[in-house]
Design a protein around this ligand. Structure first.
Ligand SMILES: [Fe+2]
Ligand SMILES: [Fe+2]
Length: 200
């Protein structure tokens, strides 16, 4: 049982009214890229499209408001998350997807929750949303995009490692705090790769 077109269109309509035009365009780009990746890897297309659609549903609130909303609604934030406020929209996005948009599928909710940081042992859907957020057609800022876009359709784990590598390097360069989930994800995908190489 997937999400039907009625459900997708209902949520698209709300988001088109709530998000600013640039964010909505990004949202559609991520949603369709998620669907394409799900096709390439034989994952559930409806779930991928829905997770992509809702991944940034909480991004319209300023950080201070998001922190307040999390407190008020019992959304627990770790010290590491509070130290990298850019990740908080993902945690509150999960809450909104559940409470406001009626999404109960754990995998979809986790994909929203971890779309900014990643984490160790990500599901295929979590990887798809994380990667789609990075490569969707309107993105242009990240380095190495053409290469990363190709890799996305070849090997999800390799692609995750590549993006995490660039992200960690970028955040270190800016002396920004790096969320512990991101560092754990980076170690996890590095490990996967070395284990894979040993097998060969
Ligand atoms: Fe986001
Ligand atoms: Fe996004």
């Amino acid at each position: 049982m997937g999400y039907g077109i009625d459900e997708i269109q209902r949520i698209r309509k709300i988001l088109s009214e709530k998000l600013d035009p640039g964010r909505y365009e990004h949202t559609l780009g991520v949603s369709f890229t998620c669907a394409a990746l799900a096709m390439a890897y034989g994952e559930d297309i409806d779930k991928a499209e829905m997770a992509g659609l809702l991944h940034d549903c909480a991004k319209r609130f300023p950080e201070s408001v998001l922190i307040e909303k999390c407190k008020k609604n019992g959304v627990y934030l770790t010290d590491s998350e509070l130290a990298s406020p850019a990740v908080i929209h993902a945690k509150y996005g999960r809450y909104m997807a559940l409470k406001k948009y009626g999404i109960t599928d754990e995998d979809v909710l986790n994909a929203i929750s971890y779309h900014t940081t990643g984490r160790a042992h990500m599901s295929e859907l979590e990887k798809i949303v994380y990667i789609a957020d990075y490569i969707e057609p309107r993105r242009f800022k990240a380095e190495n995009l053409p290469e990363i876009r190709k890799l996305a359709f070849k090997d999800l784990n390799e692609c995750m490692l590549r993006i995490l590598e660039d992200t960690v390097k970028y955040l270190k360069g800016k002396h920004s705090n790096i969320a512990s989930d991101t560092l754990e994800a980076y170690e996890y995908f590095k490990d996967l790769k070395s284990k894979d190489q040993e097998k060969r």
